[in-house]
Ligand binder design. Structure first.
Ligand code: 11C
Length: 342
């Protein structure tokens, strides 16, 4: 027995990782369906390393009513068109897009941080998965907030091109090669050259001069962790294929030394502390690819404020930032709320 699960956007960066992770974690499945746009209908894709193959089904004709859970990873437009139809047919939607995250009737869940909020899913039968840069940050902040109450966070991100989909990865690869062989380059997906460069712009600009990616880190952190926490973010795209990094400065209400923070983080769920204060004694994005953990390194006191710390947080943006968190939500939903199909 198990759940009947549909993965929407199964051929994309996150959809493929969802299938890998469902297989890896032996998620209890009675049935699994790969669903995508008509463009991919009929394609054959692997169900992780299970040896099983799945034939991609057309979302336009897909009957969600015979599924328990649909994990959506095909962007906001597909969620807007199909998530309500799935939810109304009785299939609980776990949505990776930004569409429903700030909807007060939709819980926004990181299982290590606010699992209790999942009960609110019944209002719309939809649960939202946060933005990748928010997910890894709140996993690292939550255990520290529990002990010393966070007042304010200043974060700068170093986000990999896989956050912009397969097209972003292809652009970094092609541009790097073209630069080596002397061919002309023109940015397509990104607004400036991404190879051997960094771009301080992710998602669209807002009226106040910030970007939507930066706004997401502010409002999602408040919704998941605590509305009283102030966040200011600068989000930057870097020429890394997979793995988002963040330089985070935190100001607390109460005293918390770097040593105490390290001890707390060593025990925290979902966190792997790698902090040797020596050459190479920290984690970089290439080392976190394919891993589940949110890695924390470089924890140190910030003496410029009364109670402050700085740290470096890295995670696989396609996993904890997206697919893994979505599968963990499905696991939580199954444990607490759903009956398995016979
Ligand atoms: C990026 N964080 O790295 C984005 C990708 O709101 O789900 C995910 C966007 C989102 O480009």
């Amino acid at each position: 027995s198990g759940y009947r699960v549909a993965v929407v956007g199964a051929t994309g960066n996150v959809g493929r990782e969802i299938l890998n992770i469902l297989a890896e974690r032996q998620f209890p499945l009675a049935e699994v369906a790969a669903v995508a746009s008509p463009r991919s209908t009929g394609d054959i894709i692997d169900f992780g390393d299970s040896g099983k193959e799945l034939k991609v089904q057309n979302i336009d004709h897909f009957d969600f009513g015979s599924f328990d859970i649909a994990l959506f990873a095909a962007g906001s437009e597909v969620s807007r068109l199909h998530a309500p139809r799935a939810a109304e047919a009785g299939c609980t939607v776990i949505d990776n897009s930004s569409l429903y995250r700030m909807d007060p009737d939709v819980p926004l869940i990181v299982p290590e941080v606010n699992p209790e909020a999942i009960a609110g899913y019944r209002a719309k039968n939809i649960i939202a998965n946060p933005n990748c840069s928010t997910a890894q940050m709140v996993v690292a902040l939550k255990p520290l907030h529990d002990v010393a109450r966070i007042k304010r966070v200043v974060v700068a991100t170093y986000q990999s091109v896989s956050g912009a989909g397969k097209a972003g990865m292809d652009e970094l690869f092609e541009q790097s090669r073209n630069i080596f062989v002397g061919d002309a380059n023109s940015p397509m997906k990104f607004t400036k050259q991404i190879a051997f460069n960094v771009i301080p712009h992710i998602d669209s600009f807002l009226d106040d001069g910030s970007t939507k990616e930066e706004w997401k880190m502010v409002v999602e952190t408040k919704k998941i962790l605590d509305p009283s926490i102030k966040v200011t973010a600068t989000c930057v795209r870097v020429p890394v294929f997979v793995g988002h990094s963040e330089a985070i400065n935190v100001e607390f209400e109460e005293e918390l030394s770097a040593e105490q923070a390290q001890a707390i983080l060593r025990e925290a769920p979902g966190v792997m502390l790698v902090d040797k204060r020596e050459d190479g004694g920290y984690v970089t994005p290439v080392e976190c690819v394919g891993e589940y953990a949110t890695y924390v390194s470089r924890v140190r006191d910030d003496p410029t404020v009364e109670y402050g710390l700085s740290m470096w947080v890295v995670s696989d943006n396609l996993r904890k930032g997206a697919a893994l968190n979505a599968v963990q939500i499905a696991e939580l939903l199954g444990r607490r709320h759903l009956q398995k199909a016979a």
